[in-house]
Write a protein that binds this ligand. Structure first.
Ligand code: AMP
Length: 503
């Protein structure tokens, strides 16, 4: 049986690891670095570039360089998120056949699962070079707050490159595994995971080898990229006030500003001020070169990004409440994700919990390490026995008359889980029953995400209300929903078709 590697498929960076006999190693790339940028590009000759190679040419080729595409996974083209992303990235997007998003790169169209599969493929090939053996299976992590559709897309991405995603686990849960395995712990931890693109928080009770998630929450559109964006917007405003020139339509200038915004943000985690200088960023209409040049202070950055940190705290407070806990009843606070290195994030949490965060996990590596350990535990001959009890991040339910959302599984329901609901026909001779399934926490379906429009067919025709059917909702340990229906009188399984998965 081949090994199972652990892959942290991040919005901005990815990382892989392998565990053998409970000891874990990160899988290094050529130069020894284990972080792989989650970037895909096509150069002017039509070559595909992935990871470091793609990042290196990013400034010069912004239109054909895809980054942060994880934010678009499982989204419909018409959604607000896609609209917002269009204003932030230089690559093109268009609607796909099912109203999903297609990326227009190097005059070719790519589905998002294809882009993820390119990155997964690169990680697998690096792992194969390093391990000197074929890698066909992986545990891949996703944000806890990923919906069913987004989880499904990650599985599909694996399939495209012949990688069996042996299990999808949640990023904060993976981090808790990295922290807790082998320490015989009995404690409750909060994982605050603020990465490049997403924010997750989970409260996990660790009882030696049992990891039980009590509650989870998050925002898959809140991460380091938004901190960069706050700087970018400030710079653009300042420049426009000074020179009456809008740089936002100049992709090369924007790329240079973006790069520097991230570097400045990171610098300000270590220093009180940093110079923000982009020489010859553009020209005046008279042909005179213009520069951006000013000093950014940590205080300015904190003011610009304060609202983002506030949003994480609101989510954190809700998750604590869902778990029936307070900051005082939590044993440890673990910080995961590069953005948690920002001092004001740490200060805010230290004040809230009355103690500093644990140093027990590495913010960039914990997720891949936890995934690798879980991968090892799935091997037939493994002596590493783990039990993971996770929860659903958002409720799943059906549409009732008037667009009302009827909850089948509540938010934070334990998974795996199954529920059966009864249904009947509403008119004479009806042989099919349709049902729309949504995921989200709003009482109206229109504010939740459509997971599928299910059609159960093959019912015996009869008068209205005569037929009885049982519809089973199954949520797997990975948080993925499958549906089936049975005619109660005949015991016959009905045919289930998903008619629409996008809206
Ligand atoms: P991750 O997805 O965990 O790799 O997190 C990447 C995000 O963390 C990016 O947005 C980085 O800009 C950000 N980041 C990395 N190091 C630092 C730092 N020292 N201070 C602030 N943000 C950082």
């Amino acid at each position: 049986m081949s090994k199972i590697i652990g892959i942290d498929l991040g919005t901005t960076n990815s990382c892989a690891a392998i565990a053998t006999n409970g000891s874990v190693k990160l899988i290094p790339y050529k130069g020894g670095e284990s972080i792989i940028p989650s970037i895909f590009a096509i150069d002017e000759k039509g070559n595909e570039l992935i990871g470091h190679e793609a990042k290196r040419q990013w400034q010069l080729n912004p239109r054909n360089t895809v980054y942060a595409s994880k934010r678009l996974i499982g989204r419909s083209y018409a959604s607000d998120v896609v609209e917002q992303m269009k204003g932030q990235v230089a690559y093109g997007m268009k609607p796909g056949e099912r109203n999903d998003v297609l990326l227009d790169v190097g005059n070719r169209n790519f589905r998002l699962a294809e882009i993820s599969s390119k990155i997964l493929g690169k990680i697998v090939s690096i792992a194969q070079d390093h391990l000197q053996e074929k890698v066909t299976r992986a545990v891949v992590t996703v944000p806890a707050y990923f919906s069913d559709r987004q989880r499904q897309a990650v599985k599909d991405a694996g399939k495209l490159v012949g990688l069996e995603v042996a299990r999808i686990i949640n990023e904060p849960t993976a981090a808790a595994l990295a922290y807790g395995i082998g320490k015989n712990l009995h404690e409750t931890v909060v994982i605050y995971d603020l990465g490049g693109g997403t924010f997750d928080v989970s409260i996990i009770e660790i009882r030696d080898r049992v990891f039980e998630v009590k509650a989870t929450g998050g925002d898959i559109f809140l991460g380091g990229l938004d901190f960069d964006q706050a700087i970018i917007e400030h710079v653009l405003e300042q420049f426009s006030a000074q020179h009456k020139i809008d740089l936002s339509n100049d992709p090369v200038a924007m790329q240079r500003i973006k790069d520097l915004a991230e570097r400045t943000k990171i610098d300000l985690s270590f220093r009180e001020s940093a110079r923000f200088s982009v020489p010859f960023v553009t020209m005046t209409p008279q042909g005179q070169p213009l520069n951006i040049d000013f000093t950014f202070t940590r205080k300015m950055l904190e003011e610009l990004t304060g609202p983002l940190v506030d949003r994480t705290v609101v989510i954190l407070e809700r998750v604590l409440k869902d778990a029936g806990m307070t900051p005082q009843t939590v044993d440890q606070l673990l910080l995961v994700g590069g953005q948690t290195r920002m001092p004001c994030v740490q200060d805010r949490l230290t004040a809230m919990f009355g103690k500093p965060p644990s140093k027990g996990v590495h913010p960039d590596e914990a997720v891949a390490i936890g995934a690798a350990l879980y991968g090892e535990s799935l091997l037939d001959n493994s002596s590493l026995r783990l039990q993971l009890l996770d929860v659903l991040p958002m409720a799943i339910g059906i549409e009732r008359a008037g667009g009302e959302f009827h909850t089948v599984f509540t938010r934070n329901a334990a998974i795996p889980n199954a529920k059966v609901i009864d249904a009947t026909t509403s008119y004479d001779g009806q042989t099919e029953v349709a049902m729309r399934i949504f995921q989200g926490d709003n009482p109206e379906v229109s504010h939740n995400e459509l997971l599928g429009d299910f059609l159960f067919s093959g019912l015996r025709a009869g008068p209205a209300g005569a037929a009885q059917l049982e519809i089973t909702f199954n949520v797997s340990i990975e948080g993925i929903l499958t549906m089936s229906a049975r005619d109660v009188d005949t015991g016959k399984q009905m045919k289930t078709t998903v008619r629409v998965t996008q809206h």
